[in-house]
Design a protein around this ligand. Sequence first.
Ligand code: IPM
Ligand code: MG
Length: 391
Amino acid sequence: MRSARTPVHSATIVLLPGDGVGPEVTAAARLVLEAVGKRFDLSFEFREALIGGAAIDATGTALPRETVELCERSDAVLLGAVGGPAWDNPSASVRPEQGLLGIRRALGVFANLRPVVPHPSLAHISPIRPDVLAGVDMLVVRELTGGIYFGEKSRERVDDGELARDVCSYTTAEIQRIVRVAADLARARKRRLTSVDKANVLETSRLWRRTTSDLVAAEYPDVYLDHMLVDTCAMRLMQRPADFDVIVTDNMFGDILTDEAAVLAGSIGLLPSASLGVASADGARRGLYEPIHGSAPDIAGQGRANPLGAISSAALMLRYSLGLECEARAVEDSVAQSIVDGVVTRDISRDCASAGTMAVAAHVADLVGDVETAAGESGAAAQTRGISFPR
Ligand code: IPM
Ligand code: MG
């Protein structure tokens, strides 16, 4: 195990605003990253590219080749959201979601990290009782480039209508690499790993369970592993969420469980994610960063979207792809302070007073600008006490 990559002093960041509220929250995250650049003397170059419905309208495809090439040449990618009613025709052959699945696949970002840490001062907006929420700090590691979302699909006419198929498959190697990421992360936390599957019914889950057991026994004897069926997990997330440390699960279960887990935090608008590929020789890990909320077409263009999920995703980008742990913490602390200050969007505000997307971002950016650190403690110095991350 080794630390995250050597910290950078300059980086090229590709922004993929996408659809709905995507452009608004991406602009908000950029404002905060610019403040980070100024405060810590780093130079970020931003490039923008098309994805999703916006790309379909402009080019006829949800993931233009130039977008993939630009992302491949960058240090990290920050995505807003894709999709919306304009492209929702179920029989359309091009769909915005193809852009998202396509860029994940093209960049090989197989490990999707979704941390869920409810903010104490937001207990009032969660439907879950404060005593149940106390101590919740979990990290869901979702496999992102395999399983049923990427399996063969087919549709054919049969006597009494149609037959549709989505194939779910996983190889041992695909399971091992995601479990290694999760187990390494568990090692840097409370050393508890819960693998979630449906091994009482699905063959892929039986392979998942055996592979996970064998790998953890052989390589991570210091990590406590348990297995849980996905339906039980859905229930436990509401009943005893504080019991979880790191959860590792397949693509579809991870998709569903993380929307559920977002309820613990109070608003899906708060949750960030990092999607990572394999590390290169210098420890750099290619990353795609996105809030887990969708395009929220009902509030798009109104400046009301919560930017904190996107801003927190930018923090994960600083940490995992750029090796800037101290800067990542500065952003996370500023997000938390913004919540304490009550400078938040309507979805999480305590009273009628709420701020717009850019006003929240400007407040977070101001807080980042005021962050105090020990002299020279950016980047390199922070590495010595920074988080560990597997290669
Ligand atoms: C997510 C989203 C996507 C997914 C959709 C938009 C394809 O729900 O990131 O969780 O299922 O992965
Ligand atoms: Mg989802």
